[in-house]
Write a protein that binds this ligand. Structure first.
Ligand code: UD1
Length: 394
């Protein structure tokens, strides 16, 4: 498969693309695609694209900061959807994106990941006869209580082009009957972004600015409804982390929904105000470069996030996943991840295992920093093949 750009694209018929972002984990997946599109244009490809932000995440720390850190252009359009129930958020996004797609008339809509913005825009485009490309297709946790799993299943069922991160995802799609010609393994766009910004993150030196020493602390994140929406589960996880990590300080950039729950449940007194002291230290959600530096230097990362499982694998930092399942099993089989569940005994065992691990970095095939380029090369090749097809007989 082509993974570089060709000057022979000069003279191609224009390819029009709409790219959707909505929530924090989307920004680092879209950035390398935008970079690759700009590189393709410099190499002579005729591609027009618009970047549409649904506004699912709207706090500066959950959204705007990432455009600056990642060098992403400002969105051409912000649909300002905001928060709401799943039905409200999905429905409002569908209604708002439809006129945008009508006006721009893209050949292909690009969606990434598994958030509500992803399914809402994919469903809208498909019904309008616009082709949908799904980046990070084929991941399955097998857990239909996760809203993201429903989003993954829905998007992959209707997408026309499915870009996957690994052969496990390809196998899942084959099992579900997705025709092989729609599926292209391109590697992992999140890792493109990590590799591009790793040195800058180290220069930023956020961990040192908090007085932390390499491997002298742990990082945690927690935001899944299953983990934070009941006081009992939330407290069990916090207590297990505090007890399992002993004197190792824990830095916890807290998601707004998690903070709101902690306040409602009266848990704010459990957190400490000094980074570097034993206990769990809260920060606001961090920018990309700050958080990357924090994770790169951590002794371990405890998380219920999806993307962090992948990033820690490449960084060679042990990861303790606070879930019973993962849609990213390659990070367990080949990476630094382990599933600890959400109960005390499992978390304590997971932390002990991670603290004893060497955390050797591993690199699954094609997680090499060139995934965005592969995606754009494939989109242009498909478009050109479509344009040169002989007309159907009348
Ligand atoms: C969403 C994604 C999840 C992803 C996470 C990363 C879905 C179904 N879930 O979850 O897969 O891991 O983003 O962050 O799409 N809020 C704010 N400010 C914001 C955004 C949200 O305060 O900028 C608060 C609001 O109280 C909101 C709540 O967070 O109601 C939940 O936001 P929502 O976008 O519905 O889902 P996330 O939990 O962020």
């Amino acid at each position: 498969m082509a993974d570089s750009f060709s000057a022979s694209w000069r003279g191609m018929r224009e390819l029009r693309l709409t790219i959707i972002v909505g929530a924090r984990p989307n920004f680092m997946k879209v950035a390398p695609i935008v970079d690759a599109l700009n590189a393709a244009r410099s190499a002579g490809a005729t591609v027009a694209y618009q970047l549409v932000h649904t506004g699912q995440h709207y706090d500066a720390r959950m959204s705007g900061a990432f455009f600056d850190d990642l060098g992403l252009p400002r969105p051409d359009i912000n649909l300002e959807i905001g928060s709401g129930s799943h039905a409200e958020q999905t429905g409002r996004t569908m209604m708002a994106v439809e006129p945008v797609l009508t006006e721009f008339a893209p050949h292909v809509l690009i969606v990434v990941g598994d958030v509500n913005s992803t399914i809402a825009c994919a469903l809208t485009a498909t019904k309008m006869g616009i082709k949908v490309a799904h980046v990070e297709a084929g991941l399955r946790s097998g857990d239909r209580t996760m809203p993201e799993e429903i989003n993954r299943l829905g998007v992959d069922a209707i997408a026309d082009i499915l870009y996957t991160t690994d052969s496990g995802a390809d196998a899942n799609l084959a099992h579900e009957g997705v025709p092989a010609e729609r599926v292209v393994m391109v590697g992992n766009v999140m890792i493109d972004t990590l590799e591009k910004h790793r040195a800058r993150a180290a220069e930023r030196g956020y961990a040192a600015s908090l007085g932390l020493t390499p491997q002298g602390y742990a990082t945690m994140t927690l935001h899944r409804p299953a983990n934070v929406d009941t006081a009992e589960r939330f407290v069990e996880i916090l207590d297990a982390l505090r007890d399992g990590l002993g004197d190792l300080p824990v830095i916890f950039p807290i998601h707004p929904r998690t903070r709101a729950k902690a306040e409602t449940f009266g848990l704010m007194g459990r957190f400490i105000n000094t980074p570097g002291a034993p206990g769990i230290y809260l920060t606001e959600p961090l920018g990309y470069l700050e958080f990357l530096d924090l994770n790169a230097n951590a002794a371990l990362v405890a998380t219920d996030s999806g993307g962090l499982q992948e990033e820690t694998t490449i960084l060679g930092v042990p990861c303790v996943t606070l879930r019973d399942n993962t849609e990213r099993p390659i990070t367990v089989s080949e990476g630094t991840n382990r599933l600890a569940g959400t109960r005390r005994a499992g978390i304590l065992a997971g932390l002990a295992d991670a603290l004893a691990a060497t955390g050797t970095p591993s690199r699954p095939p094609l997680w090499d920093g060139r995934s965005g380029t592969r995606i754009v090369a494939d989109l242009i090749a498909r478009h050109n093949a479509q344009q040169t097809k002989p007309a159907e007989p009348a």
